[in-house]
Design a protein around this ligand. Structure first.
Ligand code: MSP
Length: 665
């Protein structure tokens, strides 16, 4: 192990105040995918997750449930670990802030900060948000509510210890300047820089109004602020401070702390400042992602509008849930969770593209060769295209996953899968099957399809571990995945290929939507019966009020922001453009979408533009329009144009040069 390069990734440690929902699963599945991928790359991976079990909120919840806080969190821990097991989360360590070793380490950390004069005693007066466990000054409140969750805040006045956060503004700015990649994405980095530049205030880091937490070692009527306790988990789980030569030396500094944007401030300002005060190196990267929204509101346990990952995984399979989470929304942006989108993704990508490729291939190997492909194969130039795309897909997945671009990585794998489906149409194996003399060519065609599926299953493994193993087994391959197998030329078929049932059965959209709506109603009814916050009928279409409808011209439907946010609009740069043969109105444009991603789009603009007008121009692309074949060319997206009264089209652009791939909103 010592010669392996380490890779340490963390999720937030979650509050066990309620059952975890699909939003928590989102971060954890993302971290799991990275951890699995880095293990494939041969890294010595440490993947840490866990539970944030102290604090006023947990104490209150336990009291409401008539339990001691410890019993309450112990029970929650069982459910949370079960959820991660269900979702195939391959964590290496699970920390609970009530672990003895962690509590002792937090106490020592606080003592160290005190000894270094990074903490002093004072009096606190301000506003406290219990669900967020956050202190706020008057000016930080938004309409007298918590600026993070919008909930009620309580006036708080108590003696408190303070961390000298105000002294870390300049060191943090210097650190950000020297490490441009420390906090990603760019929007988070800019927001945090602005926050630091406004001036940091010292932070109250102890409470006296409740006692469920780690006591201040030299003043036990104070409990250490839950965020100091929680953030420390990233180093205490590695043995800090006592066992600094063991895992701490091996894994720290962490390669990436992953979390959603509402807690990025804690991870990119408070946590680095504490580490600076402790003379401990800072994590290499902090990556904040967007929210999964329902009806444009963040899913939140305190609001009650949650989607249960267990229900979804049990009905649609774990891999369908993992796929949807990572494919649907580009990581870093907010995205709406809708049942329609879930079912459509399962049908189009998993059942149609991937599932059909596997079914068609295995069925044909069985039909024409009784499940065993002969070794005599006749290659053709077309085959190279598939092999080259497979090699390129591996490079793309690697590049995208190194940058947490899960949806792009999956899109790259799906380009390979789609290419293979197209290869079936091009090679027409059913015709070859009728001609005895074409047996060697047929064997080559089916062999190439098996190769593609084998490579795809290696690339899919970090995302969909169960499906990856299922595909390899169906193809008679070892289910042991190795990254060096992600290329053509390694397929052998000593054991027969199995036809088998569909990997992802097709779903009936109407039936599923009705079923999912029922689940939500049942949840709302249960919540009403227990007096809890009812679940938002999150996935039902938003009601349009009569007043709102009256404000728009007849025949024009009012849309919700959630409708608009389904459109993924991007700035793209045209790199090449040509006429489509035999079609006077069509131009085929190749677009650069940044990050090495390219697109081909066919547009009906040839009467307004000549092909040579376009290269170099920046255009606006509707990126998530379902791909369509136009004159045999797969067109993935649409260029936006304004149409003059005489029918001339004008491509939309941007007012200045921006990076390709920039979002339009
Ligand atoms: N206990 C703190 C974290 C301490 S880490 C030192 C906490 N816990 S939490 O249970 O509220 O989890 C918040 C995190 O859960 C988010 O930052 C994100 O990783 C994940 N998510 C919860 N809801 C989410 C969405 N709706 N969408 C995306 N991520 C979500 O904060």
């Amino acid at each position: 192990m010592a010669d392996k390069q380490s890779f340490y990734i963390t999720t937030p440690i979650y509050y066990p105040s309620n059952k975890l929902h699909i939003g928590h699963s989102y971060t954890t599945v993302a971290a799991d995918t990275v951890a699995r991928f880095q293990r494939l790359k041969g890294k010595d991976v440490m993947f840490l997750t866990g539970m944030d079990e102290h604090g006023q909120k947990i104490q209150q919840k336990a009291a409401e449930a008539g339990k001691s806080p410890q019993d309450f969190v112990d029970e929650m821990a069982v459910g949370i670990k079960k959820l991660w097991q269900l979702l195939d989360i391959s964590y290496d360590r699970f920390i609970r802030t009530t672990d003895k070793q962690h509590e002792e380490a937090v106490s020592k950390i606080f003592q160290k900060l005190w000894d270094k004069d990074a903490i002093y005693k004072g009096a606190y007066e301000g506003w406290y948000c219990t669900p967020c466990e956050s202190f706020w000054t008057e000016s930080q409140l938004k309409e007298n509510k918590c600026p993070d969750c919008g909930g009620a805040v309580e006036r708080t006045q108590e003696e408190s210890y303070f961390f000298r956060l105000s002294q870390y503004g300049q060191p943090l700015l210097d650190y950000y300047a020297a490490h441009p990649d420390f906090l990603k994405p760019e929007a988070s980095r800019n927001e945090m820089l602005r926050f630091i530049e406004q001036g940091l205030e010292d932070l109250a880091v102890s409470r006296t109004s409740f006692d469920w937490g780690v006591k201040v070692p030299f003043d036990p009527k104070h409990v250490i602020y839950v965020w100091i306790d929680a953030l420390s988990n990233y180093i205490t789980a590695m043995g800090y401070p006592d066992d600094a030569d063991g895992d701490f030396a091996r894994y720290w500094p962490a390669d990436v702390h992953l979390m959603a944007k509402e807690i990025v401030r804690f991870h990119s300002i408070i946590w680095p400042a504490i580490l600076m005060a402790l003379d401990v190196p800072l994590p290499k990267h902090v990556y904040s992602h967007g929210w999964l929204l329902m009806n444009d509101s963040k899913m939140s346990k305190s609001k009650g509008n949650v989607v249960d990952p267990v229900v979804l995984a049990e009905r649609y399979s774990v891999d369908a849930v993992r796929y949807f989470l990572l494919r649907e929304v580009p990581f870093g942006l907010d995205g709406n969770f809708t049942n329609e989108a879930l079912v459509e993704r399962i049908n189009s990508d998993l059942a149609n593209d991937l599932g059909n490729l596997l079914s068609r291939t295995t069925a044909m190997v069985n039909k024409y060769f009784d499940g065993v492909l002969p070794e005599t194969r006749e290659a053709a130039p077309l085959d190279d295209e598939l092999a080259e795309l497979a090699a390129k897909s591996y490079e793309e997945v690697d590049r995208y996953l190194e940058n947490m671009q899960f949806s792009y990585a999956l899109a790259a794998i799906w380009r390979l899968i789609s290419r293979a489906n197209k290869y079936i149409d091009e090679t027409e194996p059913w015709k070859l099957g009728k001609d005895r003399a074409a047996a060697a060519r047929l064997a080559a065609v089916l062999g190439n399809l098996c190769e593609t599926l084998r490579v795809a299953s290696v690339l899919l493994y970090p995302f969909l571990p169960q499906s990856s193993a299922a595909i390899l087994t169906r193809l008679g391959q070892s289910a042991e995945v190795a990254l060096e197998n992600a290329r053509f030329g390694l397929f052998s078929s000593p054991t027969p290929i199995l036809a088998g049932s569909p990997l992802f059965p097709r779903l009936d959209l109407k039936t599923e939507i009705a079923w999912l709506d029922e689940q939500l109603e049942a949840r709302a009814a249960a919540a009403a019966a227990t007096g809890a916050v009812p679940a938002t009928p999150a996935l039902a279409p938003a009601a349009e009020t009569a007043a709102a409808e009256a404000a728009v011209p007849e025949g024009v439907a009012l849309i919700e922001y959630s409708d608009f946010s389904k459109l993924r609009l991007l700035v793209a740069q045209v790199t090449a453009c040509e006429r489509v043969k035999g079609a006077d109105r069509l131009l085929k444009s190749t677009l650069d979408l940044g990050n090495g991603e390219t697109r081909v789009v066919v547009s009906g603009i040839a009467e307004s533009y000549a092909p040579e007008d376009l290269p170099g121009r920046q255009v606006i692309l509707l990126e998530n329009l379902k791909p369509r074949k136009i004159r045999g060319i797969e067109s993935a997206g649409m260029l936006l144009c304004a149409e003059d009264s005489d029918g001339k089209l004008y491509l939309l652009g941007v007012d200045g040069k921006v990076s390709p791939g920039s979002a339009v909103s």
